[in-house]
Design a protein around this ligand. Structure first.
Ligand code: ZN
Length: 300
């Protein structure tokens, strides 16, 4: 059995192939192209590259799963509102299905990633928070919590500072405007700060940016903890990958908060929060598991 999984991010499209034991046997990433034609061609390009590694063709994959940001209608095989890919609406499955013999299954990228995190941690009590271009979470609680329109966990537009920066959603001070990559990168540049080494900042502006980042990431962790009380809270995505200081700093913040407050149990939350070693692979692994038929956390 060869399961193909493709994660289409705002910057890269990443493919893995899993064997019978769900181990990665081939992997590649290519730069994303935008728009419907771009996304279609990048799916074929990255799929062909991993097929070539294994000496097989696209029609030899036994299952195909694709994780993609935005609103995913799994039944119709359509995506919509994938703003960072410049797609308003796209019948993705229909556009790529002819290239594969196996059926193509789609899901939201963050939902797919929490399925992978659940497998990697051998747990069905996991919340994954993706700090990517945007900010979103997904939760396994025995099964995948989808909510109406598959939209459960879209926490990025929760307002934490009504006087904060304007957000593309029309509000001000959404969580996403503080730690979403699309807002964070230009702000760091404007303030002449380096996100990767922000813990070593030696100016008042740098200290303030560091304090705000740590506090808001800790608030996000606390928010998903009080909402879902998962056994594991997994942080991932490019913004976290680029901040090697973040996990330790957030844990310290939570432990300090626990000295002042008895609820929630901040010391316990600090123990539960992790970054996966395989963070970069997890979205594509999750897409492969979705392709195999994981729809609710359990394999069908
Ligand atoms: Zn917003």
């Amino acid at each position: 059995m060869l399961s193909l999984g493709i994660d289409i991010g705002g910057t890269k499209a990443h493919a893995v192939v899993l064997d019978d034991a769900n181990e990665v046997v081939a992997e590649n990433a290519v730069f994303t192209k935008r728009g419907s034609d771009g996304v279609r061609s990048v799916v074929i390009e990255v799929a062909t590259s991993v097929a070539d590694q294994l000496g097989v063709g696209l029609r030899d994959f036994d299952s195909v799963g694709i994780g993609i940001p935005g609103v995913v209608n799994r039944e119709a095989g359509e995506i919509s509102s994938a703003v960072n890919l410049r797609i308003e609406r796209m019948p993705l499955r229909q556009l790529v299905a002819d290239s594969f013999a196996a059926p193509v299954r789609l899901d939201n990228d963050v939902k797919a990633t929490v399925v992978a995190a659940g497998m990697l941690l051998d747990s069905l009590s996991v919340t994954y928070v993706n700090f990517g271009t945007g900010l979103a979470s997904a939760t396994l609680a025995g099964r995948l919590i989808r909510g109406n329109d598959n939209a459960a966990g879209e926490i990025g537009h929760f307002v934490v500072n009504p006087n904060g920066d304007p957000c593309r959603c029309g509000q001000r001070g959404c969580l996403e405007t503080v730690v979403g990559g699309a807002y964070l990168a230009p702000r760091m540049e404007l303030l002449d700060l380096d996100w990767t080494t922000l813990d070593g900042a030696d100016t008042p502006t740098g200290w303030a940016a560091y304090d705000q980042a740590v506090r808001v990431i800790a608030q996000i962790v606390t928010l998903v903890s009080v909402a879902y009380a998962s056994e594991h809270i997994v942080l991932g995505g490019g913004v976290i990958q680029a901040a090697p200081w973040a996990l330790t700093a957030v844990k310290s913040f939570l432990i300090d908060r626990g000295q002042m407050a008895s609820f929630p149990d901040f010391a316990k939350i600090a123990e539960q929060v992790i970054v996966l070693d395989s963070d970069m692979q997890a979205p594509a692994i999750g897409a492969a598991l979705i392709g195999q038929g994981w729809t609710e956390g359990y394999k069908l």
